[in-house]
Ligand binder design. Structure first.
Ligand code: NAD
Ligand code: UDP
Length: 336
């Protein structure tokens, strides 16, 4: 079976390619390298010892997509390609809507034309906005997104729902990720954001490596056990395995299926700092700052549906996540 992975050089896409190749799937990647490097393809090959077919190009390029679908017998598409920086999306809304929506529309129309009707889409817990009840179930209301990035995810979910109504032959799985962190144990692939990171774990790693002096903790007055924000962190390898499970579903059933991918456990910012310090034997300096605009106090998943319908359960714990995140940094620092 051949899987087209858009955005396969990125953080989650690269880990998913590894899991797919390991299980014997053939993988074709398209990525325009706007937020990743070509070298990731070689690293995936190094991990798994199998070749991967790579196209450097934009998913908005209809001609290129048609040629890929004509050349390879694609069975399923996993659509990761997209811009993902929340803060940047507020400053550049048009680029975010253009890239994330256009690429999906072009991809879906080419899929329809080429009669490939199985797709897994990378959505986000951000579509729940400020959920009133945790753990968050897939049936929780969506909407109230606080930035253009989140709104692109919500719009694409609507597009996919409408497509399924119009063409019931489509099989669509929407995966709402919680907070992916960690890296492959080899240290060869991981999260490598450009510039000053937005997200907690890459920021902590930069403090640990002394690239940044201290962590800004955005608020210690939330109604949580220690006042800091609580999130559902999931190891990226678990997340990748979740895609393999979703693939089994999409091959079998028609319609739209939505799943949370998380662990179901909420950790505060202090929990993460403490786990990181303990596991990596390193001190993380921090300062308490104002709350960050748009942040919610608590967000963690109800993971029952993914377990019952996909047989998916995260197996890595917080120790693995903080260890592997730092290992990726150390491994790459030594190699540079
Ligand atoms: P990433 O930026 O590491 O990977 C995305 C990849 O897509 C990059 O390699 C980038 O070069 C590529 N890309 C972007 N636009 C493209 C286009 N038009 N054509 C071809 N390639 C393009 O991001 P990630 O963390 O791996 O996230 C993957 C997907 O999951 C994204 O859609 C993201 O919005 C979503 N998501 C991520 C998180 C997270 O915390 N990392 C959480 C929820 C959802
Ligand atoms: N956070 C923080 N300092 C940072 C980045 C994040 O205190 O430099 C907090 C943030 O307020 C939230 C948690 O860490 O409570 C996770 O934030 P992240 O941006 O990683 O994920 P998201 O908010 O998108 O769930």
């Amino acid at each position: 079976m051949t899987v087209l992975v858009t955005g396969g050089c990125g953080y989650i896409g690269s880990h998913t390619c590894v899991e797919l190749l390991e299980l014997g799937y053939d993988v074709v990647v398209i990525d325009n390298l706007v937020n990743s490097k070509r070298e990731v393809i070689d690293r995936i090959t190094k991990i798994i010892g199998k070749e991967i077919i790579f196209y450097e190009g934009n998913v908005q390029d209809e001609k290129l997509l048609i040629s890929i679908f004509n050349k390879h017998r694609i069975d399923v598409v996993i659509h990761f390609a997209g811009l993902k920086a929340v803060g940047e999306s507020v400053k550049m809304p048009l680029e975010y809507y253009q890239n994330n929506l256009d690429s999906t529309l072009v991809l879906l129309s080419v899929m329809k034309e080429c009669d490939v009707k199985k797709i897994i889409f990378s959505s986000s817990a951000t579509v729940y906005g400020n959920a009133k009840i945790v753990p968050i179930k897939e049936t929780s209301p969506v909407g109230g997104t606080t930035n253009p990035y989140g709104t692109t995810k919500l719009f694409v979910e609507h597009i996919l729902q409408d497509l399924s109504i119009a063409d019931p032959n489509f099989s669509i799985v929407i995966l709402r990720y919680f907070n992916p962190i960690g890296a492959h144990k080899s240290g060869l692939i991981g999260d490598n954001p450009n510039g000053v990171p937005n997200n907690l774990m890459p920021y902590i790693v930069k403090v640990a490596s002394k690239e940044l002096e201290y962590l800004n903790i955005f608020g210690n007055d939330y109604p949580t056990k220690d006042g800091t924000g609580v999130r559902d962190y999931i190891h990226v390898v678990d997340l990748a395995i979740g895609h393999v499970k979703a693939l089994e579903k999409v091959v079998k059933d028609k319609g739209v299926f939505i799943y949370n991918l998380g662990t179901g456990i909420g950790y505060s910012v202090f929990d993460i700092i403490e786990a990181f310090e303990r596991e990596n034997d390193i001190k993380i300096l921090y300062k308490i700052k104002e709350r960050r605009d748009g942040d919610v106090a608590i967000c963690y998943a109800d993971v029952t549906k993914a377990y019952e319908e996909l047989g998916f359960k995260a197996k890595f714990g917080i120790k693995d996540m903080v260890r592997d995140s730092y290992n990726f940094y150390l491994k790459n620092r030594i190699e540079e």
